[in-house]
Design a protein. Structure first.
Length: 298
């Protein structure tokens, strides 16, 4: 006897429940790093605008500033998909473990895709092939002040992650300037690493960071234990680490979901196959480099 419509619906409901359970138990590193937003457009366009400098002395009337054009960034959404199929016999012979395995594998494939796309901004941060809006890599020694000001500044380093090197990068990042040459007033407060520097990062600012600086014979005070948040991303490769400003990250590091990945089903009653497809549409990137400084000791 063929599987009834009601039985297919039962299978569909169980699969949706499993999908939701798997999705919720996985850490979303993109949400830890990006400003995740929805989008109802085919492309989101961010128009860069320069700063307006400091206030001018009063001369009898308000001193109005003229905005200088900054770099622009377009977020063009791309579409992605993956699917699986359940044969009628799986349900007929109660092969629920097989159905569960296939569903989990599909969920894993979607999850890995999303996380791999998100981490690519950091894994490609030192590669000029993946240039930002100003025409150079995210981490570069050649960031122009603006399209009309060729003065250069750097957020590129080649240090191992140590407390002295973190101090150096912290101070350099605090000296970042805007297109007018004024301090950006950045607040470096997020440390981001992969597996290579995970242990060292946890010693510096992890949840069990002590009151004293780790690995120092003089046992100096650990100045970062309260003011530096640590974000570990297992897909960051090599000897890379980044120092970020959380507020600037929220302004400049963007992820747009035009279509949140979700499964939909369809039954082919001629072949007695239940099809599950997951389709999503998104874009991601950064408006400006100054939300972070990066170091690669590779």
């Amino acid at each position: 006897m063929p599987i009834t419509r009601e039985q297919w619906i039962e299978l569909e409901g169980a699969t949706y429940e499993l999908w939701d359970k798997e999705t919720k138990k996985r850490p979303d590193y993109n949400a830890m790093l990006y400003n995740v937003q929805g989008s109802d457009k085919s492309q989101e366009n961010h128009l860069g605008v320069g700063s307006i400098g400091q206030m001018a002395p009063w001369t009898g009337s308000v001193s109005y500033a003229e905005f200088q054009k900054g770099y622009s960034k377009g977020y063009r959404h791309a579409k992605y998909s993956r699917g699986i199929q359940f044969e009628e016999e799986l349900f007929r012979f109660a092969e629920y473990n097989e159905m569960k395995k296939r569903t989990v594998k599909l969920n894993t494939a979607v999850y890995k895709t999303l996380q791999a796309h998100g981490v690519s901004t950091f894994n490609n941060a030192f590669d000029a092939t993946f240039a930002g809006p100003d025409g150079v890599a995210l981490c570069s020694a050649s960031h122009p002040y603006s399209p009309s000001n060729a003065t250069l500044q750097s957020n590129l380093f080649t240090y191992d992650l140590t407390v002295p090197n973190l101090n150096t990068v912290f101070n350099a990042m605090s000296a970042f300037k805007d297109d007018q040459g004024d301090l950006l007033m950045t607040t470096p407060n997020v440390l981001i690493t992969g597996m290579y520097y995970r242990e060292q990062a946890l010693k510096i600012c992890g949840p069990k960071a002590g009151d004293k600086e780790p690995g120092i014979a003089d046992n100096d005070a650990n100045i970062y234990k309260d003011d530096l948040t640590y974000v570990y991303h297992p897909m960051i490769t090599g000897k890379k680490w980044f120092l970020g400003d959380r507020d600037l990250m929220n302004d400049m590091l963007n992820w747009y979901n035009a279509r949140v990945p979700a499964i939909k089903t369809e039954v082919d009653f001629d072949s007695e196959v239940q099809k599950y497809a997951c389709i999503g549409m998104w874009s991601y990137g950064f408006d400006d480099w100054s939300f972070c400084a990066g170091s690669s000791a590779d």
